[in-house]
Design a protein around this ligand. Sequence first.
Ligand code: SF4
Length: 476
Amino acid sequence: MCGVLGIWGRSEVAADLIFGLTTLQHRGQDAAGAITFDGSFHVKIGRGLVSRVFEDRHQERLRGTWGLGHVRYATMGSTDVEDAQPVHVNYPYGLAMVHNGNVVNFAEVRENLYTEHHRLVDTSNDVALILYTFAAALEQRDLRALTFDDLFSCVDATRRAIHGAYAVICLIAGRGLLAFSDPHGIRPMVLGVRQTPKGPEYAIASETTCLDYLGFRVEGDIGAGEAVFIDATGTVHRHQGPREKPAFCVFEYIYFAREDSVLQGRVVAAERERMGRALADVVRRAGLRPDVVIDVPASGFLFASSMAQALGIPFRRGLAKNHHIGRSFILPTDEERRRMVGLKLNPIRGVLEGRRVAVVDDSIVRGTTSRRLVELLRGAGAREVYVISAAPPVVSPCVYGIDMSTTAEIIAANRTVDDVCRMIGADAVVYQELSALRSLYGEISCCDACFSGEYPTHVDREALDDIRREKEDAGR
Ligand code: SF4
């Protein structure tokens, strides 16, 4: 999971890029980067949080009115800065690119770029593959007379070569800003506009939260197979390329996106409350009568509070959170995640002592957080602990850019709910039902492959093995 931002402005964009990236920080904390264009490219990339990577002097150095920004969570490739984004090339045009997602046929595309186009991709960063594939398509055109149709047909050629999930923003030196999504529209991307005394400016970002903060009015999603090009005059061109059945990542609603974002026209906070109410039905049917419902802050809050309300059971704050520590899901190793839970969350004894406690989390992926939480809650006097997951059991790896890409990492893969309950030491485990989730998102047509194993794109055993190997090679 990553966050992307592109700004087509009429004044210097560095400050907006950097501050805009901080609103996407929840999408990745491994690295951050930005590139601007004022006749030349200016780049700053570093490891860690946006606030750590960018200092005041970088704002002055990143000159130009067009720019791209990226926050990275390494799902493929290493956490090293060499694999951070944006990436850029100078031939056949100056091209800079950021993306969110994952290329499923990485090995095939890399081989093809080498044998057909003599381009050696010496990084495990898949945005380089998309960039070089797009550049190779552009190279076939008459660059002096490049039309919008040419540009969009190069995007379609890139789509034919690259399989997987991608939300891409590309800065074409002197020409404009281009954004395109994969044919299923798996990862989110939205377009916004703001009026200025010099004329309209445009921004493209992973989430509307970023556009809200920067003062851009949301124009809409860049959906399955769509491309948008903002040319050098500020004219917006749209193109509908090859489109498959939409498969928007349902996990965005469950966990990834910020609750104030609007995805596919739906406010994330309201979606989480709906899921909480659906959870209440499952808890009721399981015959559980908790004395108190608590959330795993902060991502469990909306599920827990709406579930408690639907059940008529008190909702209390039972875990105090240290707000100065990052999200535990997006830390690279299991041991780091386990240690982080205790550092981040501490039980509030008076709420828990002698009670049957239902603790609601967004999901149970590896089980590390849940196991540690059960220990903490029992240690604080809880009589019984029920772990409630707002997501159905995660049973299959995500191959589209989320870090649960090997079956061995997933606690519910090839195990029953009772197995999971035993492994995390809880008195009961309750999951959201996949059928309930599907009925909530039937109209949007979402990807739910990590819960169902039904991938929207072709994924074979070889692709899964490639991803596993890449991850091992990267030492993660
Ligand atoms: S497999 Fe799961 S996490 Fe991955 S894109 Fe599909 S719904 Fe999202």
